[in-house]
Design a protein around this ligand. Structure first.
Ligand code: GLU
Ligand code: ZN
Length: 290
């Protein structure tokens, strides 16, 4: 095989139409470029994860007909994340931050997207007795990268978010950290995901570079493709309520997989009507568009 791609849902809810579109893209890319498909459950957020969602996502994917070549779940990989954290800490790239949410809001500017740009108040802390998270010291450096669909970007994560947490106060690994460690450790060569996460790419490249450097490994950047999101009839992003509407509810109401696939293909602009479509045909259609 020519590489490896992953589908990485967070089990904080059941599978919804947004996931389904991402999955279709991932399986389409795998078909087009002959990639191994890795299924990764991103349950780093212990507070929002439910076993029922983990089981539900796997069952619903199977019901839809998506098959994968390998599987992992982040909660079973604590030792891997800890090992990487230790390596970064040795390079002096990690520090504890005791700032409260209130302080963070009051003391730091925000980016256009409303994200806090942490100014590094705790950068010189070595040890903390108060509750704290662990932040990654990010270099003040522009990252230039290319998205397969959207073209070139030049972004400086120090200006987008500043030093960001890799482990939160409760000891949970953050999305940014776990995803970088996994993508590297699992040899991911192709990353396809929704446009809503595009903004995280520069910081993930910066962190991945630092992890490789600290581990003495070469860094091969993956191909990135951020696909358009499903929008509602008026062209707006799907609301929380619409996203909460799950594949499972439709399945239990007796709606067929082909009908659901047809709806998603229609909403994503791949077909003119919402007529039912078989999974393989949907995958082929998207593959042809890549
Ligand atoms: N777990 C993330 C999500 O469900 C996707 C992460 C990624 O593809 O990088 O939104
Ligand atoms: Zn701080």
């Amino acid at each position: 095989m020519a590489g490896k791609i992953r589908f990485a849902p967070s089990p904080t809810g059941y599978l919804h139409e947004g996931h389904l579109l991402s999955a279709l893209y991932v399986w389409a890319a795998a078909k087009k470029w002959d990639l191994h498909i890795h299924m990764r459950i991103e349950d780093h957020d212990r507070g929002r994860t439910r076993q029922a969602y983990i089981d539900g996502i796997r069952e619903d994917l199977e019901w839809l007909g998506f098959e994968y070549d390998s599987y992992s779940i982040q909660s079973q990989r604590n030792h891997v994340y800890q090992g990487v954290l230790d390596k970064l800490a040795k390079q002096n790239l990690v520090y504890p931050c005791t700032c409260s949410r209130k302080q963070l809001e009051a003391e730091n500017p925000k980016s256009e997207t409303g994200e806090i740009i942490y100014q590094g108040k705790c950068r010189n802390l070595v040890e903390a007795s108060l509750p704290h998270n662990l932040r990654f010291k990010i270099a003040d450096k522009v990252i230039s990268w290319t998205d397969y669909r959207l073209g070139n970007f030049s972004e400086n994560p120090a200006k987008q978010c500043g030093d960001f947490p890799i482990q939160d106060r409760e000891g949970c690994w953050t999305y940014q950290f776990a995803v970088c460690v996994d993508d590297l450790d699992q040899g991911i060569t192709h990353i396809i995901r929704g446009e809503d996460i595009r903004n995280s790419t520069a910081r993930q490249i910066a962190l991945s570079e630092a992890i490789c450097q600290a581990s003495g490994l070469p860094y091969n950047r993956p191909l990135y493709l951020h696909h358009a999101l499903i929008v509602d009839a008026s062209g707006k992003k799907l609301s929380k309520r619409e996203l909460a509407h799950s594949i499972r509810q439709d399945k239990e109401a007796g709606i067929s997989a082909e009908t659901l696939l047809g709806r998603v293909m229609y909403k994503a602009g791949f077909q003119k009507t919402d007529s039912p479509i078989a999974l393989n045909d949907a995958i082929d259609k998207i593959a042809a568009s890549l």
